[in-house]
Write a protein of this length. Structure first.
Ligand SMILES: [Fe+2]
Length: 499
């Protein structure tokens, strides 16, 4: 139902239009002149105005102009006049009339003009809404893309920070994988690294929505698809693995999986691994945008993993070099052969028990291997002497911790290395050497090495005595806890050793 205003100074015309248009299903108001019409237009909302041209005070053309200028919403106007000519029709249309009807009007012509004007208005309104809707949709889309870009940048920033802060492969891959899973909203995410010792891909880390952060064995799930992607050297995006027969994915696996995204990654044509993202059957399908972003993440992973692998290799070489150096020291005294390795083993037991980080463990491993490196500068005859040492000889021996500290000083990445080695013979009660430090003033690493060192010394054979035996050595540690040794470190060693 449309609301129509009929404006005519002739009462008979007003009434007959009212009757006819009401019968057509419209709601009608009438006005006998322009002013009355403008008043009604201010009070009500009309879909159409039918106006006579010749009226006292204000003619229909002026009224139409007022309507066009003053109304917030455009209202179609049909001009009705008994004095119409072609010229006045042209003027009316020029001024914006929807139609022009001559009196006496034919019912059919009137019906057609009213319906057409209302229809046009409806279409205009719909088009406007459509345009507005289109704009809204476009804005929504742009907003979604913006959100996505901000999210992706935040993830890349986070990954960049992680990569710069650590060289631990496990930490890097787990963060990259979890970020990838979140960003493409996957049910399952796995990262496979190429194992060059035993050629093939090995599952390194696996996340799923059910078992977050679980590292699993490679159960060869999805292996065919991964092999395919690696073989092609290209990312693989499947909307539905069950409809991709050529991959021959195992039935029991395929039945659970829906969409699949596999991104192989390599550096300088060397395959490093592949990232797999999957959703369960009937779940979300991955998009090209998901694939593009996953490729970016995989490239980041490739750089980080390669760096970490190179660093690990470098560390292994460094460890080998240290061991060679230690062998040179231990060769001076057959009784201390293997001492540094054993001290390192006990040190690692304590450090693991204390929950030190991977980086700290590695550092402490090197430092415990190197703790007696200062003995390299001490004459063999003093080191091998089985009889009681003179005071002078004893002070030469004691100087090995100071000598060792100066040897490791240039090794920049062994932070705290110099202090650790200098103070590994300090006593918890302050009666050790070289500086008589006490309690927590002694570096933690030195306190740990001190316990490991003493335990090995007691359980090894010396030229002047037999081994004390494990139990006596453990008792001795307990006995000297709080005087020679840090009680906390002794406690940790006891727990780790099971003593
Ligand atoms: Fe020592």
């Amino acid at each position: 139902m449309s609301k129509i205003l009929v404006v005519d100074d002739e009462r008979g015309i007003r009434e007959s239009l009212d009757i006819f248009l009401s019968d057509e299903g419209h709601a009608i108001d009438t006005a006998s002149n322009g002013r009355e019409a403008l008043l009604l237009l201010k009070q009500h909302q009309y879909d159409l105005v039918l106006t006579d041209v010749r009226m006292p005070d204000m003619n229909g053309i002026v009224l139409m102009k007022e309507i066009k200028e003053k109304m917030h919403q455009p209202i179609p106007v049909i001009i009705i006049t008994a004095y119409g000519t072609i010229q006045s029709a042209v003027v009316a249309v020029k001024e914006g009339a929807s139609d022009f009807i001559l009196k006496p009007f034919e019912i059919e012509r009137l019906r057609e003009a009213v319906n057409k004007a209302l229809e046009n208005e409806r279409e205009k309104l719909e088009y406007k809404l459509f345009q507005q809707e289109g704009k809204n949709r476009y804005l929504n889309l742009m907003n979604q893309q913006l959100d996505r870009t901000v999210f992706e940048l935040a993830i890349l920033h986070e990954i960049g920070k992680t990569i710069n802060s650590t060289l631990e492969i496990n930490k890097i891959v787990s963060i990259i994988l979890e970020m990838a899973r979140q960003s493409v909203v996957a049910d399952k995410a796995q990262l496979f690294l190429y194992n060059y010792d035993k050629p093939g891909l090995a599952l390194t880390i696996s996340y799923s929505t059910e078992e977050a952060g679980q590292t699993q064995k490679n159960d060869s799930l999805d292996q065919d698809a991964i092999d395919w992607a690696i073989w092609k050297g290209e990312p693989l995006l499947l909307e539905d693995v069950n409809q991709h027969g050529s991959l021959k994915i195992k039935t029991e696996v395929a039945s659970d999986l829906g969409a699949l995204l596999i991104i192989p990654f390599k550096r300088k044509s060397r395959i490093l691994g592949a990232m797999l993202l999957a959703n369960r059957a009937g779940g979300r399908i991955f998009t090209q945008e998901d694939m593009q972003f996953s490729i970016t993440l995989a490239n980041q992973a490739a750089i980080a993993i390669e760096n970490a692998q190179l660093y690990a290799e470098l560390q292994d070489h460094f460890a080998d070099t240290i061991r060679a150096l230690i062998s040179a020291v231990e060769a001076k005294d057959a009784y201390t052969y293997g001492h540094s390795d054993r001290v390192t083993r006990y040190t690692m037991m304590i450090a693991n028990q204390m929950g030190l980080s991977q980086v700290e463990l590695r550092r402490l491993e090197y430092l415990s291997l190197l703790h007696d490196i200062g003995k390299i500068g001490i004459e063999e005859k003093i080191l091998r002497k089985s009889s009681t040492l003179s005071e002078e000889e004893w002070s030469v021996i004691k100087n090995h911790s100071v000598l060792g500290a100066s040897i490791v000083e240039p090794i920049k990445f062994l932070e705290e290395g110099q202090k650790t080695i200098r103070h590994h013979h300090e006593w918890y009660d302050g009666s050790g050497y070289p500086d008589g430090l006490r309690e927590n003033n002694i570096p933690l690493y030195s306190r740990i090495i001190a316990v490991a060192d003493a335990f090995d010394a007691m359980t090894s054979i010396r030229p002047y005595r037999d081994s004390l035996g494990t139990q006596s050595a453990l008792n001795e540690l307990r006995c000297c806890s709080g005087t020679q040794f840090d009680p906390m470190v002794v406690e940790q060693f006891m727990t780790a050793y099971g003593g």
